[in-house]
Each structure stands twice: as structure tokens, then as C-alpha cells.
Design a protein around this ligand. Structure first.
Ligand code: FRU
Length: 501
């Protein structure tokens, strides 16, 4: 078998989006229109490492199965096409829809590589392009850039939202240490409103790929605004990561909710994902009111090693599409994420059990021949004690991906330090990833998505999430659950499903 065939069989995900060939990073410009979810992405079609950026394109009817499309945006004399967003301009505020067609408008960053190489600092600017055929082909606006660089080196990743209350477009974009807000009546003329973040949140690296949107606080009539903010490096477990803030937007300023901190020097950091492989994620625009969901997807990699992971045909995948919800937990606003419910349609039940007592190794899946590589496990554990409950996903080579809950050290974890190929980067498995909690957890509920090269663990309806990738030398086949100190606990519920795609 050729190397490529081995790579396809061993590493190409079963149910996560990958481009057929070459390099991909951030998701861009996601919108919904006429039954189709559009996903664009940072793409370099000529190599398997980062290069002159284009927007690749894929379409799905259910957020699970994706069909790759021709490249949407090519770099030009103004620069590479960096990350950004897209909106459906239903009222034709932009005037691009003059023949009666609804324009879709993409808002992106031009990265002028020549300027950067010449040592300029003003090499990033914001620009727009429009499509009159539902996102298939695009025309760049002749008046670009719509926001010239104001003298700031990192100035990118515009995300635009229709602010219904104010009746204008709201843009958030990231600069090195804070995000800027702008408004516009027509997507062409932008006015700077305010900025946020210089003195709050994590600042271990450069801020990138923000997103802002209002959300209903589940079970209440309250609306809060959520600001998603990626940064690289600076993640709690290393490299690229995404934090979020909850507050109010008064038409000019984003005001952090007081529950985040008593004083602004001690703002609590909230991570959208504690795993190392969910970066630059943002939400879909134009989701119909009748649907009402906030839908999110992230890039399932990390700049610490994204260029080095051992695939050659393509590089990197997206996370599963997720539904976000906002809940108040013990007086604190928390952003929950769970896989979109469209996934359910692909599930075939493999095993279902309730009330299993265990105090030693318990085998959840033992396949001698079949890989665990399109598998979903829903499990509820109760009567947990001060012990370490370790799920171990293993192959015939003894390579293992561990994850679970440690009630001794008080954290959820993923441990890929023995997961197979680690040779490509020193940072890939330099430590385990953890999500700390305060008090012993008596009961937990997990939803676990396992693909060939990734695991996404959603704890307690997605209040805490860990997403990580791995590269075993043969398929993973068994899954066991072991309490390290043999303390008794109960599997209240176990449901194992296999996806049929
Ligand atoms: C985030 C990022 C963005 C930028 C893009 C370039 O991963 O660095 O800030 O627009 O990637 O590909």
C-alpha cells in the first residue's frame, strides 16, 4: 500500500471535515441560507503547510456531511485573504444586490505580505466581497479596503453581526491585546465604537478571531452578550486556545458582567474548550429565528504543532459542529457546547445498560477486529469517590489515549502522552491537559466522540469540554474504565453508538 493510502485509512477522519488535499486552518465566513450551511476556511491549495491564504469552501445540509466546493477567495495584489466572516444582507444595505438577488457579503482581512516583509506595521486591513449566487462565486469590492490599517500591527479577523436593536452591522476584530468594535449601516463605511480587553482576560499571546452575539440565558428571559476570544499562545494547557466573556453590549461598549470578578484585576478566565485542539472557532450567521440555535465550529489543531502533524495529503480537521448555550450556574454565566443534534440521525445503538457497579477495570468496548473510530459514548457515573477514574482507549500496540476525571487532584483530563506518534513535535505531548474543578464530583455525565484521530469529551452537558487529536500507529480498538484505587462507583447509564455515515 502506498504511504498515501495508509495515511487515508489510518488518519483521515470519518466524521470531521478535512479538505481533500493540502493545508487548512481557521473556519471562516460561516452562514446558513436556503437549507445549506456554508463553511469557508483558511486554505493553502498548493502545499500541506501554511502559505498564501485563500478561502476554501464546503457546504452541508446537516452540519455533519460536508461537500468541498471550488475555492471561494484568492489572494490578490492587496494581500492574502485572512480570516473573517460572512453575512446575508437581506435588506441589501450594501447595495450589492441591485438586480433583486440577496447579496451575501464576506468581510475578511487582507494581509499584505510585501508590506510585512518590508517591515511595515500597517499590513493588515479589512475588506469585503459579495456573492449573488449564495456563496459560490465572489466579487471583491472595488473600494477595498473598507477599514484601512490605523497603524496597528495585528489588526484582523473581522466578525460581523446584524444588531437588530440598533439597526446596523456590528463588527468585532482583534488587535494584539484587545478587540475593537465598529458599526456600519452598509458594510462599507465603518465607525469605531470602542475596544475591550486590554486589562482583562488572558494575554499570553496575540488575540485573534473574536466573535460577539447575544444569547438567551437558558430558562430565563434574560439576554446576555457573549464575546468569544481566541489567543495564541496562552491557552491553559498550552498554545492556541479560546476564552470567552459574558456581559452586555450597550450599543457602544461591551461591559463585562460583574459576576466575572469583584474587581477587574481578578477577572476569572473561562475557556470554551480545555483541550488543546479547538482554536479560532466562531459561529454561523443567518440561522433562522425559528431554529434559534447558536452554532459553532473550531479548527481542531493548535499552532504549537499544526504544521508538523503526521499527515501529508491534507493537514488538519474541524471540530464537530456544536450548539452553544448560555446558562447561569451558581451565579456565574457559563457557555456550554454540545455536538449538534443532527449527529443523532447517524447513530446506531451498539450497547445500552444501566446501573452497573464497578470497582475495577470495566470494559466498555472490546473489539478484536473493529476500530473505535466513529463512535459516540454517553455515560453517566455516580457515587464517585476520591479516586481517579480513567477511560483508556487502546490499540494492539499498547498505545493509549487516556481521559476522565480525577477526584484526587480535582480535574478532568486527556492524556495523549502515549497515544502513538509523538515524534513530530516536542510540544504535542509534553504534558496532560486538564480542566480543574473545585469540589469532588459525585456524579458526572459525559458525551465522548471518537474519530480516527480525535476525541471530543463533553462533560456535564458540555459545561466543560476537552478536544484533542492523536496519531496512533494502528486503529484504537478497546475502551476501558478503571478506578485507580479500586473505589466503588456506579455507571448509572451507558449508551454506545456507532455512526453510519
Ligand atoms: C488564527 C490566524 C488568524 C489569521 C489566520 C491566518 O489561526 O492566525 O488570526 O487571520 O490565522 O491564516
Amino acid at each position: 500500500m502506498s504511504l498515501n493510502t495508509i495515511e487515508e485509512q489510518l488518519y483521515r477522519p470519518n466524521f470531521h471535515f478535512t479538505p481533500k488535499a493540502n493545508w487548512m486552518n481557521d473556519p471562516n465566513g460561516m452562514f446558513y441560507l436556503n437549507g445549506k450551511y456554508h463553511l469557508y476556511f483558511q486554505y493553502y491549495p498548493e502545499d500541506n503547510v501554511w502559505g498564501p491564504m485563500h478561502w476554501g469552501h464546503a457546504i452541508s445540509e446537516d452540519l455533519i456531511k460536508w461537500k468541498e466546493q471550488p475555492i471561494a477567495l484568492y489572494p490578490d495584489s492587496l494581500g492574502y485573504i485572512f480570516s473573517g466572516s460572512a453575512v446575508v444582507d437581506k435588506n441589501n444595505t450594501s447595495g450589492f444586490g441591485d438586480d433583486g438577488k440577496t447579496p451575501v457579503v464576506a468581510i475578511f482581512t487582507y494581509h499584505d505580505i510585501d508590506g510585512e516583509r518590508a517591515g511595515a506595521i500597517d499590513f493588515q486591513s479589512q475588506a469585503i466581497a459579495y456573492s449573488l449566487d449564495e456563496g459560490q462565486t465572489w466579487t471583491k469590492y472595488e473600494g477595498n479596503p473598507v477599514i484601512p490599517n490605523p497603524g496597528i500591527k495585528d489588526f484582523r479577523d473581522p466578525k460581523v453581526y446584524w444588531d437588530e436593536i440598533r439597526g446596523h452591522w456590528l463588527m468585532v476584530l482583534a488587535t494584539y491585546e484587545k478587540s475593537f468594535f465598529y458599526s456600519s449601516p452598509n458594510l462599507k463605511d465603518w465607525e469605531l465604537l470602542s475596544d475591550f480587553g486590554e486589562t482583562v482576560g488572558e494575554h499570553g499571546g496575540v488575540w485573534e478571531c473574536p466573535d460577539i452575539f447575544p444569547m438567551n440565558v437558558e430558562g430565563t428571559n434574560e439576554t446576555k452578550w457573549v464575546l468569544i476570544q481566541s489567543l495564541n499562545p496562552g491557552h491553559i494547557n498550552g498554545g492556541s486556545g479560546t476564552q470567552y466573556f459574558v456581559g452586555d453590549f450597550d450599543g457602544k461598549n461591551f461591559v463585562l458582567d460583574p459576576s466575572f470578578a469583584k474587581d477587574l484585576d481578578q477577572v476569572e478566565t473561562k475557556w470554551l474548550d480545555f483541550g488543546r485542539d479547538n482554536y479560532a472557532g466562531v459561529t454561523w450567521s443567518n440561522i433562522p429565528k425559528s431554529d434559534g440555535r447558536t452554532l459553532f465550529i473550531g479548527w481542531m489543531s493548535n499552532w504549537d504543532y499544526a504544521r508538523d502533524v503526521p499527515t501529508t495529503t491534507w493537514r488538519s480537521a474541524m471540530t464537530i459542529a456544536r450548539e452553544l448555550s448560555l446558562k447561569k450556574v451558581n451565579g456565574s454565566y457559563m457557555l456550554f457546547s454540545e455536538p449538534v443534534s443532527e449527529l443523532d440521525a447517524y447513530k446506531n445503538l451498539v450497547r445500552e445498560e444501566t446501573n452497573i457497579n464497578f470497582n475495577k477495570e470495566f470494559t466498555i468496548i472490546a473489539n478484536k477486529t473493529k476500530a473505535i473510530d466513529k463512535t459516540i459514548i454517553e455515560i453517566e457515573l455516580s457515587n464517585l469517590q476520591k479516586d481517579r477514574y480513567r477511560f483508556s482507549l487502546e490499540n494492539d500496540e499498547g498505545e493509549v489515549v487516556d481521559f476522565g476525571i480525577d477526584n484526587i487532584k480535582n480535574y478532568y483530563f486527556i492524556d495523549r502522552t502515549a497515544s502513538g506518534d509523538l515524534s513530530f513535535s516536542e510540544k504535542f505531548a509534553d504534558k496532560i491537559s486538564i480542566a480543574p474543578f473545585d469540589d469532588l464530583q459525585d456524579t458526572i455525565q459525559l458525551q465522548i466522540l471518537i474519530d480516527k484521530t480525535s476525541i471530543e469529551v463533553f462533560y456535564n452537558q458540555g459545561q466543560t469540554v476537552l478536544t484533542e487529536i492523536f496519531f496512533p500507529s494502528s486503529p484504537l480498538k478497546t475502551l476501558k474504565l478503571t478506578p485507580a484505587n479500586n473505589l466503588k462507583a456506579v455507571i448509572k447509564k451507558l449508551v454506545v453508538s456507532e455512526l453510519e455515515l
